[in-house]
Design a protein around this ligand. Structure first.
Ligand code: AMP
Length: 552
């Protein structure tokens, strides 16, 4: 594992070193009382210890629940509570966009009250700023590591034992804990990584995701490591002070396989071709993309400017729930079309159906479903089998006794059998490739005393793909003002994290509702996108609401 820190420091670990450090951390957390079946929260910057912590948990049979380091303390708290985590592994801080992100402070705030399950916090030293360590609870990794044995026998596990819980956004305000198990998940991430990236011994593979998302789990940690790949981990993000930092990493380490998100590609386009053009990118042989539909312009730029027209692009469609790639080209074997994730991975039986489960014609849009089980499918929603059943298996009724997995995405299949994923069909937004529920942002907004009601939709955004657009009605004693808008945006950042900051907040006297009181979101989506209203307005309770919103 090659690690590059944002300030330019670097480290590399051989497989033997990674194994030893993983065993040491496993021994340390065992001594802190963590056992097989317990849950451990991991809230870390992108440093090798994030992967080491995951491996340490897996080694002793404890389930990790990694929370993206960009989530706020409130969001962290909700996840630790649901997982009933016993331990949290974190760091003093991490570097992002030339600043230190004080992750340990967020942990302190999150567990200060209402997370009684957490008995210890294990802190990795990264940025070395002053920290308050709570006696009896907080311990330093570098201190405990000194006396920890480098041997720790792996806990025997059943293939269906819990490996990890990863929270993701759904259609309700509360994120759901997606459950993955040891056998199937490891098998499938191993296979998909091997075939989709055509990994060879001399490859240097780099996935730019964060370990807090499923892409980091499957394709920074489990898939690459189980294949014995050389994998690069990068701490920071492209930033105005160093717009060429990604290409520096490619050049420095001779990266051969590069995997990123369309939102990053669009940001690179904006930063200018001179940055990649100034670097030697000739080592690259395969490019990958994930997270959202890639627009053909971004695909072509990636192909020409980064890939020098010689690298196949693997557009991988998959989800937290699927654990691994579901639709993807096999590089060099599957002819690609810009914007299409091409075909199902071998063994995956996908289809596009209507709401009754009937297959639709070629090029007719419908719901993307998976018809047969696959090794790394999520096993349930943590502590909530009912939500698992209703969200994924009953949305579309079983056909002839066969259940269809409902992915929540709309798609069409063309005359060559190629899949074109169009985006979510539920109340889930995709902001810069990050999944976010409209209800989550609404709950954050209404928790502010000024807000009476909130309705959140997404609107198309050139850079982020989608952006958060919020309609808000105020409590009687509050007046509309730009300051209040800013305050509400900041409040959402505090409640969820910077990824959820609304691009626009619009005050309204009332929200458009049906006679039964349901907010009519499609009108709000039209208004947010500056389009004409589409659809039947006769079901609306009070038509004057729309006139006011249109004028506003
Ligand atoms: P997550 O579970 O956070 O990885 O988000 C999964 C969602 O991201 C999917 O349901 C899609 O809406 C979207 N997505 C991921 N990869 C792709 C892709 N290659 N093309 C289109 N949409 C994608």
């Amino acid at each position: 594992m090659i690690w590059e820190g944002e300030p330019g420091d670097s480290r590399s670990l051989t497989y033997a070193q990674l194994h030893e450090e993983g065993c040491q951390m496993a021994n340390v957390i065992k001594d802190l009382g963590v056992k097989k079946g317990d849950r451990v929260g991991i809230y870390m910057p992108m440093i090798p210890e994030a992967a080491i912590a995951m491996l340490a948990c897996a080694r002793i049979g404890a389930a990790h629940s990694v929370v993206f380091g960009g989530f706020s303390s409130e969001a962290l708290k909700a996840r630790l509570q649901d997982a009933e985590a016993k331990l949290v592994i974190t760091a003093d801080g991490g570097w992002r966009k030339d600043k230190i992100v004080p992750v340990k402070d967020a942990v302190d705030k999150a567990i200060a009250s209402d997370v009684p399950s957490v008995t210890n916090v294990l802190v990795v030293q990264r940025t070395k700023q002053e920290l308050e360590m709570q006696a009896g609870r907080d311990v330093w990794w570098h201190e405990l590591k000194e006396n920890a044995s480098k041997e720790c026998p792996a806990e025997p596990m059943d293939s269906e034992d819990l490996l990890f819980v990863l929270y993701t956004s759904g259609t309700t305000g509360k994120p759901k804990g997606v459950v993955h198990t040891t056998g199937g998940y490891n098998l499938y991430t191993h296979m998909t990584f091997k075939w989709t990236f055509d990994i060879k011994d001399d490859d240097v593979y780099w996935c730019t995701a964060d370990v807090g998302w499923i892409t980091g789990h499957s394709y920074i940690v489990y898939g690459p490591l189980s294949n014995g790949a050389t994998t690069v981990m990068y701490e920071g993000a492209p930033r105005p002070s160093n717009p060429g930092c990604f290409w520096d990493v490619v050049e420095k380490y001779g990266v051969t396989i590069f995997y990123t998100a369309p939102t990053a590609i669009r940001a690179f386009i904006k930063m200018g071709d001179e940055h990649p053009n100034k670097r030697d990118l000739s080592s690259l042989r395969i490019l990958g993309t994930v997270g959202e539909p890639i627009n053909p312009e971004a695909w072509m730029w990636y192909h020409k400017v980064i890939g020098n027209e010689k690298c196949p692009i693997v557009d991988t469609w998959w989800q937290t729930e699927t654990g691994g790639f579901m639709l993807t080209p096999i590089p060099g074997a599957t002819p690609t079309k810009p914007g299409s994730a091409t075909l199902p991975f071998p063994g995956i039986i996908a289809d596009i159906v209507d709401l009754e489960g009937n297959p639709v014609e070629d090029n007719e849009g419908g719901y993307l479903v998976i018809k047969h089980p696959w090794p790394s499918m999520m096993r349930t929603v943590y502590k909530n089998d009912d939500r698992f059943r209703s969200t994924y298996w009953e949305h579309i009724p079983p056909k002839d006794g066969n259940y269809l997995y409902f992915a929540g995405d709309g798609a069409r299949r063309d005359e060559d059998g190629y899949y074109w994923v169009m985006g979510r069909v539920d109340d889930v937004m995709n902001i810069s490739g990050h999944r976010l529920g409209t209800m989550e942002v609404e709950s954050a907004l209404v928790s502010h005393p000024a807000v009476a009601e909130a309705a959140v939709v997404s609107r198309p955004d050139e850079l982020k793909g989608e952006d958060v657009y919020a309609f808000v009605t105020l409590e009687g004693s509050y007046d509309e003002s730009d300051e209040l808008k800013q305050e509400l945006k900041q409040h959402v950042v505090q409640e969820i994290g910077a990824i959820a900051r609304p691009g626009e907040i619009r005050f309204a006297d009332a929200l458009p509702k049906t006679r039964s009181g349901k907010i009519i979101r499609r009108f709000l989506r039209n208004l947010a996108a500056g389009e004409d209203l589409v659809g039947d307005i006769s079901t609306m309770e009070d038509l004057s609401v729309l006139d006011k919103l249109r004028q506003g």
